[in-house]
Write a protein that binds this ligand. Sequence first.
Ligand SMILES: NC(=O)c1ccc[n+]([C@@H]2O[C@H](COP(=O)([O-])OP(=O)(O)OC[C@H]3O[C@@H](n4cnc5c(N)ncnc54)[C@H](OP(=O)(O)O)[C@@H]3O)[C@@H](O)[C@H]2O)c1
Length: 334
Amino acid sequence: METLPLGNTGERVSQLALGCMLMGTMADEETSFRILDRYLDDGGNFLDTANCYAWWPGPAFRGGESESLLGRWFARTGRRDEVFLATKGGAWIRDLAEVRAHPDDPGAAARQYEGAGGQTLRRALDDSLRRLGTDHVDLYYVHVDDRNTPLEETLEALADLVAAGKTRYVGWSNVRTWRLERIRQLAERHGWPAPVAVQQQHSYLRPRPGADTTSIVDDEQLDYLRTHDDLTLVAYSPILKGSYDDLTKRREHHVMESYRGPDSDARFAMVAEIAAELGVTGNQVVLAWLRQQRDPRLVTLVGVRTLEQYAAAVRSLDVQLTEDQMTRLAEAGA
Ligand SMILES: NC(=O)c1ccc[n+]([C@@H]2O[C@H](COP(=O)([O-])OP(=O)(O)OC[C@H]3O[C@@H](n4cnc5c(N)ncnc54)[C@H](OP(=O)(O)O)[C@@H]3O)[C@@H](O)[C@H]2O)c1
């Protein structure tokens, strides 16, 4: 599996990162362990989780299930040192009963995020390390940019965590470009570690005009990343939950709310056309398209629930889009 440099850190991470969000909940332990074994055997080294993964698949879950499963897998295999391990803090749900009491309110969870206060992050990372059964992670993200906490407080806490050896690098997720720039300026001014990775939702479809792009890479962010190669884009939900091959998801999945419209219709049609030419799936065309991006290059963070889905993602590494196909994909749209 190809690797990419992570910012200017000197580290190299797999171009295909493995999202562990559903491990321990939607994906059972046996399946998850098999996926993890296969990913490392295939040469992968970049695992992604978060402390809040995953409270939402059902009432039996609280968050922490994914990290705990990874901890058990590390204990069983001894492979902790073979991976570049990323986790996140800040989106742990304080009052889960309150969120569950309002299932139709899309803002209910966000109101309960514990945020990126200094004390919160210090405690949250200790909790994550305990679940993961390790003394450090390689990358610790602020999961959701927190406008209610002074950035100085968050950055100083992250600097302490790096100094204590509990994380080697820091990153940010779900963050606007102007905030990233402010974070970087503050880090430089105070000598605090600056983020080396930004984790955002990014796929082939473009967000529709008027969509909230705090979490989604937009043109401005791409432009910014092109000129800041010390910051690596880690693209989550790359296949928009499988929407490229599933008409029901395309119509009904909440992830599509940010994309529906004529531009996406035209882009879906182009993906289908090229998938038919190559005899592969639409999801695989999109994963190949992301892999072949050069400016900026990016890490594609796939989420898989089954071994078959994992195998399909790995097969996308063999899909090579021609220059003509890349051009047609780039030009498709309304
Ligand atoms: N920073 C953040 O806020 C944030 C947010 C979301 C995710 N993430 C990270 O990014 C990772 C990936 O995100 P994601 O799960 O949203 O990514 P995704 O790859 O867009 O979606 C994964 C889903 O796509 C479907 N799928 C996967 N392979 C498929 C295949 N071959 N054929 C048909 N359907 C397929 C499955 O849906 P079904 O389960 O329905 O089959 C799977 O659960 C997560 O694990 C997590 O680590 C981060």
